[in-house]
Design a protein around this ligand. Structure first.
Ligand SMILES: CC(C)(COP(=O)(O)OP(=O)(O)OC[C@H]1O[C@@H](n2cnc3c(N)ncnc32)[C@H](O)[C@@H]1OP(=O)(O)O)[C@@H](O)C(=O)NCCC(=O)NCCS
Length: 260
């Protein structure tokens, strides 16, 4: 009896710090997500990424958020998603389109938009506060949007991550290095905000995107993982080696439901 009592006490003693630790971890992660999501201009820390110039393409990038999209921007996003993704989804597209429409305007949704700067005027170089005051028509003077990344800061399997919901470029600006440029920026944004990983999903049927992520980006720092095992090892490493402090990981977790 006594030994049972002792072992129960031991279990309780052991359980207490664990529960406390879990709560502390969760609080720390929630705080990271909150701070990361509160940023108004994700490009302000990376001015070199405001502009992208190669022969035949001059583009500039700007931040946005899901609950502050102009209606013409929402329309652009929907049109581009349809143009790029409908064929891949086939008969599932109408249902998927509804989901994507909801996701597009979620308050947690963060964006980096790409504008074709060929017709851009001087307002292109506005500060963040000036940009916030800029009217929709004036914004359009800065050139049409030709692509975007939709991302969010979320907790995935007990790890704070930057989750790329969409990376979409108009066909006319594909294959010019913009996709790579945007993914480099996304990785920097994730690191600056102490995220443990960049996560995205790709349909296996999307062989062009798979090729882009696996064959091209994998040569740098991108790897294919089963997210559950990766996140477990990363989380253990984070908390055991750094006393609860997050550190910067240059890693991309690429998974699709088919991987399980
Ligand atoms: C996938 C996508 C984002 C890639 O962006 P991109 O600007 O076209 O790609 P980049 O020009 O930056 O290419 C980077 C590298 O990948 C290669 N690459 C890009 N697309 C490729 C393709 N379809 N097949 C083979 N290689 C490709 C490029 O040759 C380049 O290689 P390099 O660095 O050796 O020169 C873009 O093509 C796109 O928007 N596609 C449609 C929407 C989509 O499928 N999005 C992904 C959903 S998860």
């Amino acid at each position: 009896m006594e030994s049972k009592g002792l072992s129960r006490n031991n279990r309780e003693n052991k359980a207490k710090p664990k529960r406390k630790e879990i709560i502390e971890k969760r609080k720390a992660m929630d705080a990271l997500i909150k701070v990361a999501s509160a940023e108004k201009d994700y490009l302000s820390a990376f001015p070199a990424f405001r502009h992208y110039q190669i022969s035949g393409l001059s583009a500039f990038l700007e931040s946005g958020r899901g609950d502050k999209l102009y209606s013409h921007v929402k329309q652009f996003i929907q049109n581009l998603l349809k143009a790029n993704m409908e064929g891949l989804y086939g008969s599932e597209w109408p249902a998927e389109e509804k989901v994507k429409r909801r996701e597009m305007v979620a308050p947690e949704a963060r964006y980096v938009f790409v504008r074709n700067a060929s017709n851009a005027s001087s307002v292109e170089f506005l500060t963040t506060s000036e940009r916030e005051k800029t009217s929709a028509s004036c914004v359009e003077e800065r050139g049409p949007i030709v692509g975007f990344v939709h991302f969010r800061f979320v907790i995935e399997e007990e790890l704070p991550v930057l989750y790329v919901y969409e990376l979409q470029l108009e066909p006319r600006v594909q294959g010019k290095g913009l996709g790579k440029f945007l993914m480099q920026l996304i990785e920097l944004i994730a690191c600056k905000n102490h995220m443990g990983a960049v996560v995205l999903t790709v349909q296996k049927a999307n062989s062009a995107a798979l090729n882009f992520y696996l064959c091209k980006m994998s040569l740098k720092s991108y790897q294919l993982f089963n997210i559950k095992s990766l996140v477990k090892s990363v989380t253990n490493h984070l908390w055991s080696n750094l006393g609860g402090m997050f550190f910067k990981l240059h890693i991309m977790v690429l998974y699709s439901t088919d991987l399980y």
